[in-house]
Design a protein around this ligand. Structure first.
Ligand code: PHE
Length: 342
């Protein structure tokens, strides 16, 4: 009687199948759990006469083992069945989806290029705050008390406090470097600057500058010229001509504006260079001894040169961009043209 029942359960186990987790659970309930039919066979034990207990126990254990083995097989079957289902419908012969590759912003690329050129001749990088005090932006740089650059039309002051402003140039960073280090100093300060100007194709109230400073014994104007020649040729090509025009800055003496030969017409004269063959890229000069002294550097012993350029301006000349506003409009058609620049 019992053995018939056992055979029937064995047959049932052999025929059992599970195609999903629910069916697997149903199997477990029927053949593995305490309340399963196999569990019931064990419970039967106490009604079996003593002399048959051993044989009965062996049979039931066999069933239990069969049920376990089948359970493991079914688990694997459900698992791999699940995976096969997940991957169904993937057609490996389809062409791949291509995502457009982003590009470096032309201003970032230009700044990077400038930094590389100067790094190779021994300049390090320095940074400073965009919100500056009067001392670092003006006074230490020898700006007279009544200099027009201090007036409201050029400078953004913070909450009407005349002592705190958005820096109008990165020369402020050079003051900070000179206050904290003794010569030799060779540093480059790229950064964002702010001027209260109407936005047009040629001017913006926020733009970027990179300024350089070299202070050591016997630094001369010839060193300044040679350094900027080197830069212009590296940046714009070896046929680029450089011209220095006398100028004025409160913090340099003598001072010079730096021009390069027009990239578009090669110096013959066109509408970019307004027929002159030259375009301006920045200002420069020998650091005024007052500035060195203001920053705790002995002006009897040391001399220095400084220069400053607008990064937008360099990028406009290099890539022949005629409107500065394009840099900040985020027009993808403009930006896409610079993909792969770096
Ligand atoms: N700081 C000047 C400007 O912003 C540029 C400059 C830097 C000129 C260093 C001379 C020397 O216009």
């Amino acid at each position: 009687m019992q053995s018939e029942k056992i055979d029937q359960i064995k047959a049932e186990i052999a025929a059992a199948n599970a195609g999903n987790p629910d069916e697997l659970e149903a199997y477990r309930m029927r053949f593995i759990s305490k309340k399963s039919v196999v569990g019931a066979l064990f419970a039967e034990m106490r009604h079996i006469p003593n002399e048959q207990k051993k044989a009965y126990g062996q049979l039931v254990n066999e069933v239990k083992q069969l049920a376990e083995e089948k359970f493991q097989a079914l688990i694997q079957q459900v698992d791999s069945g699940g995976r096969e289902k997940e991957y169904q419908g993937v057609d490996l012969t389809l062409p791949p989806t291509t995502w457009p590759v982003g590009g470096i912003h032309p201003l970032t690329a230009t700044r990077q290029r400038i930094v590389e050129i100067f790094e190779r001749i021994g300049f390090n990088l320095s940074e400073g705050p965009e919100i500056e005090d009067d001392w670092h932006n003006f006074t230490a740089l020898n700006f007279p008390e009544n200099h027009p650059a201090r007036e409201m039309q050029d400078t953004f002051f913070i909450e009407k406090n005349p002592d705190i402003a958005l820096r109008t140039h990165t020369s402020s960073v050079q003051v900070r470097v000179m206050e904290n280090e003794q010569p030799p100093i060779r540093t480059l300060s790229p950064g964002r600057v702010f001027r209260n100007e109407a936005i047009s194709a040629r001017a913006h109230c926020i733009f970027h500058q990179v300024e350089g400073l070299y202070v050591d014994e016997n630094v001369s104007f010839a060193n300044l010229k040679q350094t900027l020649y080197h830069f212009a040729k590296e940046m714009f090509g070896k046929n680029t001509q450089v011209r220095f025009r006398p100028s004025f800055f409160p913090f340099t003496e003598p001072s010079a504006e730096i021009d390069i030969s027009c990239q578009l017409c090669g110096g013959k004269g066109c509408n970019i260079c307004k027929g002159t063959g030259w375009v301006e890229i920045g200002g420069s000069g020998m650091v005024d001894p007052n500035v060195l002294e203001n920053c705790g550097i002995d002006s009897e012993k040391y001399t220095g040169f400084a220069f400053g350029m607008g990064i937008e301006r360099i990028a406009m000349l290099k890539y022949q961009i005629n409107d500065l506003r394009l840099f900040t409009e985020n027009d993808i058609r403009f930006l896409q043209q610079f993909r792969g620049l770096l």
